[in-house]
Every structure is written in C-alpha cells, then in structure tokens.
Design a protein around this ligand. Structure first.
Ligand SMILES: CC(C)(COP(=O)(O)OP(=O)(O)OC[C@H]1O[C@@H](n2cnc3c(N)ncnc32)[C@H](O)[C@@H]1OP(=O)(O)O)[C@@H](O)C(=O)NCCC(=O)NCCS
Length: 189
C-alpha cells in the first residue's frame, strides 16, 4: 500500500481519497435503493459482467429489494457514498456478505466499486470492513465466486488472504477463505 492510499485500519467512519474527497461508509438499507440503482447505471458493462457474471443493464425492483432488505445477521452490506460535484449524494461502492445457510458460519461475499473510482484503495478498505462485520457476526469462512478472467478481484483477494484456497466452480472460480487468521493485520502491505 502506498502512503497516499487510505489506511483501511484507520477509517472508522469514512475514507479520504487522494483527491481529498471523503466517502461515508454506512450499512445498506432499503433507503439505499436509489443510490444503488444510480450507481449501477454508472458501472461499465465489464464491471457489471464481473459482478453479476452476466451482462445486465439495470436491476429489477425485486433484485433491488433483495440487495437492500438485509436482516443484518445473515445478510449485511456496507456502502460508500459521497456528494458529487453538484452536491448530490452518489453511491460509489458496496461490499456485502450473505450466509450460505441461516445461522451458519460460512458466508458468500461480493464487492463492487464504480469504475471511475477503482484502483484507489476503496475495494480493499470496504472488504476489510465487511470482513470485520462478518467476523463480529460469527462468520468463520468466506466464499467468493469470481469469473476466471476477473484479474482485479483475484489480485485483491490474493493480496488480502494469501492463505485462501481456490477451486473451480462450474465455469468460474471459488475462493474459500478461512477467517481464523488475522485478515486485517496481514492486509497491511
Ligand atoms: C474488484 C474491485 C472491487 C476492486 O476494487 P478497487 O477499489 O479497484 O481495488 P483496490 O484499489 O483496493 O485495489 C486493491 C488491489 O487489487 C488489485 N487490483 C485492483 N484493480 C486491479 C486491476 N485493474 N488490475 C490488476 N489488479 C488490480 C491490486 O492488487 C490492487 O492493489 P495495488 O493497487 O496496490 O496494486 C473493482 O475492480 C470492481 O468493482 N470490479 C467490478 C466488480 C467485480 O469484479 N467485483 C468482484 C466480483 S464479486
């Protein structure tokens, strides 16, 4: 991590980017629907394909409901947002986990950063925060399903969790990440 990157261990409430723009990080709720829908419209087709493993244009109302009506225990998500140049709040990133079985100790994670702000350390910071939230809720193992050609997220996960096990999963890859090791500490590069 370079000096100009946000230090994910020192961002209890927000993230200050190189540009000075401050992102607020807060849990996703049903009130987040408009921000998520608008952020989806700003994602490139390639980022959408990488996130949803298929081409998409927009999220349906049902999908928006599923992505925002979270119980805070089995499913939880954090969003990063900030006012745009015109002062309108915009969503720029989301990280989430969902238990693979209710009350189980395994959860699937997913993360998205809008294209314009990728490669500024936001993915790393948000992932660490969602991992912390997952651990606090009793999660001991994370699964991440990724497309084999998604080099950015593979590099991100390999950097944060070098002990992850990777296996083929249909047409994709699945990273299995036991959380017995100190993710946050080893993530400081
Ligand atoms: C994957 C994703 C979340 C990364 O977010 P990000 O904010 O750009 O990531 P960071 O800036 O924290 O980068 C952390 C590390 O990831 C790797 N990485 C990120 N983007 C990369 C890229 N385009 N190429 C290669 N490595 C990349 C690097 O190792 C990077 O560390 P470095 O910048 O010190 O070299 C973002 O690219 C994204 O939203 N992609 C589209 C959706 C998606 O693929 N989601 C994952 C599937 S669920």
């Amino acid at each position: 991590m370079t000096d100009s990157r946000p230090d994910p261990l020192r961002i209890p409430g927000g993230l200050v980017l190189d540009s000075g723009r401050t992102l607020t990080i807060r849990p996703i709720t049903p009130a987040s629907k408009p921000l998520i829908a608008a952020a989806m419209a700003r994602l490139s087709p390639e980022s959408i394909r990488r996130r949803f493993h298929a081409p998409r244009r927009e999220l349906s109302e049902l999908e928006l409901h599923r992505l925002t009506a979270l119980d805070g225990w089995n499913q939880y998500a954090l969003g990063a947002c900030a006012p745009d140049a015109a002062g309108t709040l915009e969503g720029v990133a989301v990280a989430r986990f969902a238990r693979t079985a209710p009350d189980g100790d395994t959860a699937e994670i997913a993360i998205t950063v809008v294209d314009a702000l990728q490669r500024h350390g936001i993915g790393t910071a948000l992932l660490l925060q969602i991992v912390e939230a997952a651990v606090a809720r009793g999660i001991r193992r994370l699964h991440a399903g990724v497309l084999p050609d998604n080099a950015p997220v593979i590099a991100l996960l390999r950097g944060l969790a070098p002990w992850a096990r990777w296996r083929r999963d249909g047409y994709g890859l699945m990273a299995e990440i036991p959380l017995l090791e100190p993710v946050a500490t080893s993530a400081v590069r």
